[in-house]
Design a protein around this ligand. Structure first.
Ligand code: ADP
Length: 378
């Protein structure tokens, strides 16, 4: 069974044709500069989403006839969507209704959905939400302690993101451990350009570090992560505009703000070369991760495994070790040889017989979306 996976951004369409059984990518591609100057001038761009999707269909050629379903990544499902759904006009209206919560992402996702439904009208389209996995969080974890009426009116609560990745990685971790997911208490650390931590109890998200938006939690490439909300008021009172504050926190903070590069490899190289700012950035990065590991250990009331995934989590042994440094008293330890040996496979990096397993599990959001779509449409 083949699923066509679409990740539609405001100016780009990323796509993959995935064979769900063999888990192989049949083909993949990217169109850029949609709706921007120069869009449509060459083969890797398009004027808009609609013409872009027609171009993609041309590229698929005879493969288009093998598509059993289309899986769409949708960033925000609000409280409306707690699982993937087959898209109809009502679902489109629902995604639009929660767009205020992700004004940059949901309209762009919808543009891709509209264009793909036009281009491929004969197959089911499925929306897979970044937030859905976290809808299982208890109210205690999802609720911010502000005026309840204001929160309700504006949908202000913790939603969490990267849910597709956290869920996929949790289930692969269970397979690697050879135990049912329902029996496991896991902390999943998705450490990429965007980063988040999730406490997974019996296959359900019970807490996660991102919040109303993907700005909360861990130190990221360009995003600040957690910050005293009073700091925002303070900065606004100094005369910063809302757009300037938005750009500061979303685009000029995190590793970039602390160390001058959003790319972890640059920050590591700079720290190795003696750059004090880069060294501090790594300390802050690891400190924040340990903060969440400790918190989620307490919320879970026990722990079977910590799971590293995404660009940094999968590829940076030194940082995996730093993130868990000093946590041996909690049963968390890393075996240096296992941690250091390069591999693309899911693997255990804790010492033999350790009370808590530490795992590296590669994430694959496209495959996860394809699997979710396939499961839904049979
Ligand atoms: P995105 O959130 O954009 O999908 P990724 O999951 O691809 O991001 O992660 C990107 C991050 O992973 C970057 O900070 C990059 O520097 C980091 N990264 C990739 N490979 C390595 C490596 N070998 N060592 C350290 N960091 C790495």
């Amino acid at each position: 069974m083949r699923v066509f996976v679409v990740n539609s951004g405001s100016s780009s369409i990323k796509y993959q044709l995935v064979d769900v059984v063999s888990e192989q990518v049949v083909l993949s591609g990217l169109l850029e500069r949609l709706g921007q100057p120069g869009g449509g001038a060459d083969q890797n761009s398009a004027v808009d989403h609609e013409s872009g999707m027609r171009l993609v269909l041309d590229r698929l050629g005879p493969e288009a006839a093998t598509i059993a379903a289309v899986g769409h990544r949708v960033v925000h499902g609000g409280e409306l969507f707690a699982a993937p759904v087959v898209i109809d006009d009502e679902v489109v209206a629902g995604i639009r209704a929660v767009s205020a919560l992700a004004p940059l992402h949901n309209p762009a996702n919808l543009a891709g959905i509209d264009a793909a439904r036009l281009a491929l009208p004969g197959v089911p389209h499925v929306a897979v939400f970044d937030t859905a996995f976290h809808q299982s969080m208890p109210a205690a974890a999802a609720t911010y302690a502000i005026d309840r009426a204001v929160a309700a009116e504006h949908g202000v609560r913790r939603y969490g993101f990267h849910g597709t990745s956290h869920q996929f990685v949790a289930s692969r971790a269970a397979a690697l451990l050879g135990r049912p997911l329902e029996s496991l208490k896991l902390i999943v650390l998705h450490l990429g350009n965007g980063s988040s931590a999730t406490a997974v109890d019996g296959g359900r998200s019970i807490d996660t570090s991102m919040g109303l938006t993907p700005l909360a939690g861990l130190v990221m490439g360009t995003r600040s992560g957690d910050l005293d909300p009073g700091a925002l008021l303070h900065l606004l009172r100094t005369g910063l505009s809302i757009d300037e504050l938005d750009a500061l926190l979303n685009s000029r903070s995190g590793l970039l703000g602390l160390a001058g590069s959003a790319d972890m490899r640059d920050v590591m190289a700079a720290a190795d070369a003696g750059d004090a700012d880069a060294a501090l950035a790594l300390h802050v990065w690891a400190h924040r991760i340990r903060h969440y590991v400790g918190a989620y250990l307490a919320q879970l009331g026990g722990l079977d495994a910590v799971v590293f995934t995404a660009g940094i989590g999968e590829n940076a042994p030194v940082l995996r070790a730093r993130a868990l440094d000093g946590l041996a008293h909690l049963g968390l330890a890393i075996d240096a040889d296992r941690n250091g040996s390069p591999s693309r496979e899911a693997r255990v990096i804790s010492p033999e017989g350790a009370p808590v397993a530490v795992l590296v599990v590669p994430t694959n959001e496209e495959l996860a979306i394809a699997q979710a779509a396939a499961a839904l449409v049979g």
